[in-house]
Design a protein around this ligand. Sequence first.
Ligand SMILES: Nc1ncnc2c1ncn2[C@@H]1O[C@H](COP(=O)(O)OP(=O)(O)OP(=O)(O)O)[C@@H](O)[C@H]1O
Ligand SMILES: [Mg+2]
Length: 297
Amino acid sequence: METVLSVNKLTKNFGKLCAVNQLDLEVKRGQVFGMLGPNGSGKTTTLGMLMGVVNPTAGSFNWFGEPATNLTRRKIGAVLEHPIFYPYLSGQKNLELSAMIKGADPNNIAKVLGIVELTARKDDKYKTYSLGMKQRLAIASALVSDPVILILDEPTNGLDPMGIAEIREIIKRIANDGKTIILASHLLDEVQKVCTHFAVLKRGNLMHIGPVDDVGKGEEIVEVQAYHDDLGVLLQEFIGSGTIKKENGIFQVMMKEGFHSKDLNRFLFDRGIVASHLATRKKSLEKQFLEILADAK
Ligand SMILES: Nc1ncnc2c1ncn2[C@@H]1O[C@H](COP(=O)(O)OP(=O)(O)OP(=O)(O)O)[C@@H](O)[C@H]1O
Ligand SMILES: [Mg+2]
């Protein structure tokens, strides 16, 4: 898969404060890449550097294998801060202006209005739009030049659950359309729902990077309960057992890589034991994220 962005030891200091510390990242074509981190972890600063609006203190990055130029930046659409639209003009007219400024084909407008589901409201004035609609228009404006990459900073900030769900659907639609997306979010849930890959930042440091799918891997926990006096001892004999804990009378067996609940069930069954409770839990991204952050202290 083609690398669209590679970041090499990218650093930004604001005086004594290190906002981004020697960041290394790679984003490949087609990924929906999430930058996850609490407030002040350096997400916006990183995106600002990538967009050429914040000067890096050190390090470098390449878009499409080359240092950023006006030409490479044209392949990137971004919704960074609250974009400025004309309140008394319609969504359509505002997009016409965006297209003109960016030298984009005005024929793209109808398509992007469709993608963000504003076609029915395109002739209404911007000032009559809800917050969610304003955010969708901003996404439409970023898409009007048909960029290869879309960058979104906290795309669902301030929206109600309905508005959040709409934006997430739109992001998925844009990704399905073949665009690479880089988004910053402090919401675990958001990253888990829309991203294919993610990086976790804490105080400017990269704490973790990898596919969202991998998150539960090797972290399967099986809960077991059975009428047997020495169940704890027996469970230790199972070769797939990692750490074993007991909580409220239920054993929690951390599975070794490659072992699953059915293997444990068979092990017990072969010894004449029928489990009265057997359940699999995957360690959630949230838990792992919190662990990553706790480890850094
Ligand atoms: N222009 C600036 N001058 C001084 N410090 C700054 C500036 N911009 C950002 N910072 C500091 O850099 C750090 C990272 O900020 P940044 O906005 O990148 O974080 P963030 O992850 O986007 O946070 P949030 O989730 O709140 O948007 C913070 O400590 C912030 O105060
Ligand atoms: Mg930010």
